[in-house]
Ligand binder design. Sequence first.
Ligand code: NAP
Length: 365
Amino acid sequence: MFGATGYTGRLTAEALVRRGVRPVLAARNAARLADVAGELGGDLERAVADVSRPETVRATVEEGDVMVATVGPFVKWGRPAAEAAIAAGAHYIDSTGEPPFIREVFERYGPRAAAAGTGMVTAFGYDWVPGNLAGALALRDAGPAAVRVDTGYFITGSAGAGAMSGGTKASLAGVAATPSFAWRGGSLRSERGAARRRTFRVRGRDRSAVAVGSSEHFALPRIHAGLQEVNSFLGWFGPLSRPVQAVSLVGSGAFRVPGVKTLYAAAADRLIKGSTGGPDAGERARGGSHVVGAAYDPSGKLLAEVHLSGVDAYTFTGEILAWGAQRAAAGGLTGAGALGPVDGFGLDELEAGCAAAGVGRVDPG
Ligand SMILES: NC(=O)c1ccc[n+]([C@@H]2O[C@H](COP(=O)([O-])OP(=O)(O)OC[C@H]3O[C@@H](n4cnc5c(N)ncnc54)[C@H](OP(=O)(O)O)[C@@H]3O)[C@@H](O)[C@H]2O)c1
């Protein structure tokens, strides 16, 4: 469990221990690791590893292990863990939500992992597991006539979008400076973030959402032949969706001016620090999530819509990472190379895993 001293790594380690698994806790700070081990019951194995010394990360994994990585932002600090898992012949599961890193795992690391015979499941947290599940269920319900699938992510409850961990803020800041992508006409296209906007009907109310790059664009075409279009939407911004779209448009232009992107990244580094914790158990309990998957035919007619609902994003992330790690360790991750949540674990198994992690199918209402 690499990143065990961070907010998400700690939640994941806790969930693993609750499931009867004994994770090796890894991070860069020995004293903090000892604290976490103590809080989790004392005698868990620990490994000090720092991404600025990749050989220390490599030393944490052996063939047949499962590397769970939550050290982010991944575009900055994610590569040593991915490299280490491939070199060791270990399965790899990470918590990134960052579109450029997801793309890198599918396009760059995937073929190397396939050659090494290991599985890599990127973005295996709230970003972007429930959308993969909702989209896959909608495609299964719709049948072969479906050529397009849209997924939408919404926050429910009273915690609000302000309840973000320091790590999430740091990762969002990094991603704003990079281009995104979408699946169009049966292939992956680069596209600026928030290029599209649409509304979804959620619990009887129209809610606005903006387009975002996710793992659905890589993973859903693998499980549904003939899929022409995949769109993923983030509804966190609510009524601010239109301004977010405008900012993204201005930002994408500004980032083409030499030096602006570098200046932005430097400012984000100064202003937004990771490891500042996240919502406590009480705040998490007040939050919730709602995810929609909708499948369409070539004329744009809705064929099937699936709604999932449940716990807040962080609770889900810790629980589903633990579920995935435990299953992968038990041989439940099938195939090699970069895998999506559904082709990696199986649709029925993933639905059961998500329900156990607190997010399950509900009536659209
Ligand atoms: N997919 C999702 O839905 C989802 C949900 C939650 C989080 N995330 C992502 O997961 C990542 C972690 O988030 P978080 O909130 O847990 O962040 P965090 O609290 O900042 O934790 C980051 C972890 O990385 C470690 N770390 C930092 N620099 C390191 C280095 N040089 N070498 C080794 N370890 C290092 C930190 O160690 P120290 O304790 O020593 O600083 C800490 O253990 C972020 O990228 C976030 O966006 C995604």
